[in-house]
Structures are given as C-alpha cells and as structure tokens.
Ligand binder design. Structure first.
Ligand SMILES: Nc1nc2c(ncn2[C@@H]2O[C@H](COP(=O)(O)OP(=O)(O)O)[C@@H](O)[C@H]2O)c(=O)[nH]1
Ligand SMILES: [Mg+2]
Length: 245
C-alpha cells in the first residue's frame, strides 16, 4: 500500500540502500521509528479537534505559538474534506460551491486548550483558481493569504492539494512560486484518489514529483489521498506528527 500512496524520489531510495548495506540494524530501527510515528499521528488525530476561529486579518490570528499546518489549493480540490478526513470529524465546511472559504479557518485540539503544549494547529485556507477575473487568479488568493505565508513564523508546512485527476495546473504553479519566494516549506498532496485507478495514481504521483524536483521549498515526497475512502490519511497524520517533534 505504501507504494501506491507515496512517491519516494530515487535518490532517497539509494541513500536508504546504502545505509541498509552498512548496518542492517539501522534499517530495523527505521521501520520501528516509522511505526512509532504512525502511532503518534494516529493518537494526535484521534483526540477531539475543534474549530477555533475564522480570521479575516492577520490581527485576528491566534498568538504565535504552536506549529501550524496550512491546507492550500484550488477551490473544490478537497481542502475542507481533507481536514475532516484527518480528524475524523465534520469540522471544516465542505461544499460543492467553489470559492466559499474566504477566511483562514483555525482548528486545534479541544482538550489541549490552555496547556503549555496545545498541540499543532490546522489552517483551512481560501482556495484559488476560481476567481472569475482569470488574470488576477492568484492575486485574488487574497492579500491575507500572502501576509500569512510571508509573516507567520509558526507556519511549519503548507500542504498544497492537487486533484489527482487533473494534476498540477498553471494556477498551482503560481502558488508554488509564491511559496518558494516566501521560503515556506510545502508538500504536494493529491486528492480524490478514489476517482482514478491505481495505474493513473502512480502516474500522477511520479509526474507531480518530477515537477516538484527543482522547486526550492518543495518537499520531494508526494502523497496520494482520498478523504472519502480514508486512503493516505495515516501517512499524512504521520507526516504532521513527525514535524510536530
Ligand atoms: N470522491 C471524492 N470527493 C471528494 C474528496 N474530497 C472532497 N471531495 C468532494 O469535492 C468537493 C469539494 O470538497 P471541499 O472539501 O469542499 O473542497 P475545498 O473547496 O478545497 O475545501 C465536495 O463535493 C467533496 O465532497 C475525495 O477524496 N473523494
Ligand atoms: Mg473548503
């Protein structure tokens, strides 16, 4: 299943092979570590998550503190559904009408509120690519989003969602350019995997990874997910858990 869900770039595979040859104990250790991170991710998202606030301006954001993970992508790509899939709750408003979320919507663990470590924060971002004014598409991705991307030291990673049926679109490349320029670490997440077959899934994974290879702020590994079927949720939870430290 790991094969279908993740594309591991060849150079990483090679590195792993070398270290395996040098020390098989290290490989066993890595497998245990993987399991531990998956379990950490499972626990992180098994807890009660809740909606904190919808922000229309930087001043409305919570104080800088816990690590933030933002979900970006074209309208209707499945950002809200993915947040719901990760948390197993109907937290974010998913809809058939594109262009709905115009605020930064903040989610965190209810049970950790007020604790020294309140756990990570998830941020559902306004979608881009729907604006009727075609030229201003990414500009219409609002000043707020750019202010947030450039000026939020606690932003740990942006998950850039891409519809697995369509792959990267020009407007996604514009968003990636903005993220590269802001030096914000981002990872591509393919959505709606249930709408394509396994072979098409592998193809879009490798194509997307190829396109990301030369982007300075892009994480090389691409994830394939279906919020509808739960595919890739454990991997994404683990990826977040790994970054939380
Ligand atoms: N088949 C399928 N549909 C999905 C999936 N994720 C989202 N959708 C649908 O795509 C539409 C847009 O989803 P939404 O989460 O609101 O997208 P957003 O605009 O990016 O937040 C809704 O009709 C969802 O039900 C998925 O994994 N599989
Ligand atoms: Mg949404």
């Amino acid at each position: 299943m790991g094969q279908r869900l993740r594309h591991v770039p060849p150079q990483e595979g090679r590195r792993r092979d070398l270290s395996d040859a040098a020390d098989t104990g290290a490989a066993a250790g890595a497998a245990t570590d993987d399991e531990a991170i998956r379990e950490k991710g499972r626990l992180l998202f098994a807890g009660p998550w809740g909606f904190r606030r919808a922000c229309r301006a930087m001043a409305e954001l919570p104080e800088i503190g816990p690590p933030e993970f933002a979900f970006a992508g074209r309208s209707n790509v499945g950002k809200s559904s993915l947040i719901n899939g990760l948390t197993g709750r109907k937290l974010a408003h998913a809809s058939n009408t594109p262009g709905r979320t115009q605020t930064l919507n903040i989610f965190s663990r209810d049970d950790l509120l007020g604790f020294e470590d309140p756990g990570p924060t998830l941020v559902d971002m306004p979608g881009y690519g729907y604006a009727k004014a075609p030229k201003a598409e990414v500009a219409a991705w609002t000043a707020l989003v750019f202010d947030y991307l450039r000026g939020r030291p606690s932003l740990r990673r942006v998950y850039l969602l891409v519809d697995a049926r369509h792959g990267l679109k020009p407007v996604d490349l514009e968003a990636m350019k903005a993220l590269d320029e802001a030096a914000v670490s981002y990872q591509a997440v393919l959505t709606k995997a249930d709408k394509i077959g396994a072979a098409a899934g592998r193809e879009v994974l490798s194509k997307t990874a190829d396109a990301l290879r030369r982007r300075p702020a892009a994480y090389p590994e691409v994830l394939l997910t279906s919020a509808e079927k739960g595919e890739g949720m454990a991997e994404l939870r683990a990826a977040i858990a790994r970054l939380v430290g």
